[in-house]
Design a protein around this ligand. Structure first.
Ligand code: GCO
Length: 437
C-alpha cells in the first residue's frame, strides 16, 4: 500500500520503469513468466500483440432512431448537447472506415452491432441488418483485420426499454436470446465477441447520476441494474459459446485509477467494489477481459475530489492522466488473480490537440510495456476511437478520433496521430511520436 499520493504520483510518472514502486496490491497474485524479450527498456511488444481501433454503432452509424438513446437525445430536459443525427454516416460509409483501419496497418477493428436494427420489435428479426454486419466482418477479414464485435454498446431497443430495460431481470434473458441468435448467424466471421460494453457506466450514468437513459437516480436500482448486467453477461457468454463454439468471448469494462487522498481509502474501496469488482468477479471463465481506461479519480473521506491543481483538464471534464492505464491493467490482473487474459479494448483521449493525443498514447503504452515486463498478460491495445464521433450526452465536441469527420460531407481526414499510431502498430514497438514543435 502506498503511503502518500505524492509517492504514488512520482512512481507513476517514471513511466518507463513504472513497475518499480508499484503498490503491492497491484502486483499479480499468480506468478506468470514475463514475456520473453519484453522489458520496459526495449520498447518492443510481444509477437502477435494486436493493434486496433474501435467504434460503436450509435456513435458512428447515424439514424439509429429505434433505441433508448435516440429517444433520450430528443426528450425535453435531458443533459444532451445535441442529437446523434447522421453521426458519421457509417451505416453507408463503413468501407471508408475499413480502408482507414487497414491503411494504418492495424490488425483489429472493434465495432458494435445495433440491437434495435437487428431486432426492431420483440421477436422480429431483420435478416437484412444481420447481412449488413456479416458483410462488414467478411470485408474486414478480406483486409486481414480481425473483427471484434460488441453485442451491446450503451444503446437498448425501445421495446426493451419500455419493459423496464436493465432494471428488469428478464432483460438478461432477452439479451442472451439476441446474442445466441446473432452468434448463430455470424459465428463463422466474428473474430472475438464482447458481450456488453461498460455495464458499470450504463448502470451508474443511467440509474444513479441520471445522465444516460433512463435518467434515474436511485442507489438501490443502480445496484439491481449491476446484478442484471452480471446475469446478462454470464447468460450471453453461454449463448454465444453454444451458438459459435471457438469464438473468444468476454466483457469490456470501464476502469478508473481510483486514488485515495488523506483517508479516502474506505471510499475508494466502496467505489471499486460497485464500479469494478462486481463485474471483474463475473469474468471468471471468460476468454478475455476488455479493459477500458481514460483517467484517474481521486477520493477523500467525504467522496470524490475534483481535479488536482496543475493537472490539465480535458474537454471530457476529467484529468489528463495517461498513467491510469497501467494502474488499471495491474489492478484487473490482481483482482482476477491472473485467470483471464487482458486486452485493452479502449484507451484514448478527447482533445483538439493531436500532439497531446500522441503524448497521451505514448505514456499509456509505456505503462503497457511495464505490465508486460512483469508478466501481466496483455494481448493487445485498441485506440478509442477511429473517428471523431458522437460522444453521448456531450455530443460532437470531444474529439477522440484518429481521423476527423466533416459534419456535412462526412469526409474522413486522418490526423498526424493516425500515421504515428500506424507506425507503432506496423513496427510493433513504441516509436516516439514526431516532434510537432
Ligand atoms: C465508453 C465508450 C465510448 C466512449 C469513450 C469515450 O465505452 O465509454 O465505449 O462509447 O465514447 O469511452 O468516452
Amino acid at each position: 500500500m502506498f503511503t502518500s499520493m505524492g509517492s504514488m504520483s512520482r512512481s507513476l510518472t517514471r513511466s518507463s520503469r513504472a513497475s518499480v514502486g508499484t503498490p503491492e496490491r497491484y502486483r499479480p497474485r499468480s506468478v506468470r513468466l514475463g514475456f520473453p524479450g519484453v522489458t520496459s527498456e526495449t520498447d518492443a511488444f510481444p509477437a502477435g500483440f494486436e493493434w486496433g481501433t474501435a467504434t460503436a454503432a450509435h456513435q458512428i452509424e447515424g439514424g439509429n432512431w429505434n433505441n433508448d438513446w435516440w429517444a433520450w437525445e430528443h426528450a425535453p430536459d435531458t443533459p444532451c448537447a445535441e442529437p446523434s443525427g447522421d453521426a458519421c454516416d457509417s451505416w453507408q460509409r463503413w468501407e471508408d472506415d475499413h480502408a482507414l483501419v487497414s491503411d494504418l496497418g492495424l490488425g483489429g477493428y472493434r465495432f458494435s452491432v445495433e440491437w434495435s436494427r437487428i431486432e426492431p420489435e420483440e421477436g422480429e428479426w431483420s435478416h437484412a441488418a444481420v447481412a449488413h454486419y456479416r458483410r462488414q466482418c467478411e470485408a474486414l477479414r478480406a483486409r486481414g483485420v480481425e473483427p471484434t464485435v460488441t453485442f451491446h454498446h450503451f444503446t437498448t431497443p425501445r421495446w426493451v426499454a419500455a419493459q423496464g430495460g436493465w432494471e428488469d431481470p428478464a432483460t438478461a434473458d432477452r439479451f442472451a436470446a439476441f446474442c445466441g441468435r446473432l452468434a448463430g448467424s455470424l459465428g463463422d466471421v466474428i473474430g472475438r465477441a464482447c458481450t456488453i460494453n461498460e455495464p458499470n457506466i450504463v448502470a451508474t450514468m443511467g440509474w444513479l447520476l441520471g445522465l444516460f437513459p433512463p435518467g434515474k437516480s436511485d442507489r438501490d436500482l443502480r445496484l439491481r441494474v449491476n446484478d442484471v448486467f452480471v446475469d446478462a453477461h454470464r447468460k450471453a457468454v453461454d449463448a454465444i459459446r453454444a451458438a459459435a463454439p471457438g469464438v473468444p468471448v468476454g466483457l469490456s469494462l470501464s476502469m478508473t485509477e481510483y486514488q485515495a487522498v488523506d483517508g479516502g481509502e474506505e471510499r475508494r474501496a466502496r467505489m471499486e467494489r460497485a464500479m469494478e469488482d462486481v463485474f471483474l468477479d463475473a469474468t471468471d471463465g471468460d476468454d478475455f477481459l476488455g479493459v477500458q481506461v481514460y483517467t484517474r479519480q481521486r477520493l477523500g473521506p467525504d467522496g470524490l475530489l475534483g481535479p488536482e491543481a496543475g493537472v490539465p483538464v480535458l474537454p471530457m471534464g476529467y484529468e489528463y492522466w495517461p498513467q491510469a492505464l497501467e494502474a488499471c491493467l495491474r489492478r484487473a490482473w490482481s483482482v482476477t488473480a491472473g485467470r483471464v487474459p487482458l486486452l485493452v479494448t479502449e484507451n484514448g483521449i478527447g482533445t483538439d490537440d493531436d500532439a497531446q493525443r500522441m503524448a497521451y498514447v505514448e505514456t499509456a503504452l509505456r505503462g503497457v510495456l511495464g505490465c508486460l515486463a512483469d508478466g501481466v498478460d496483455v494481448r493487445g491495445y485498441t485506440y478509442w476511437s477511429l473517428l471523431d464521433n458522437f460522444e453521448w450526452a456531450l455530443g460532437y465536441r470531444p474529439r477522440f478520433g484518429l481521423a476527423a469527420v466533416d459534419r456535412q460531407t462526412f469526409a474522413r481526414t486522418p490526423k498526424p496521430s493516425a500515421a504515428w499510431f500506424g507506425s507503432v502498430a506496423r513496427s510493433n514497438r513504441l516509436v516516439p511520436p514526431p516532434s510537432t514543435s
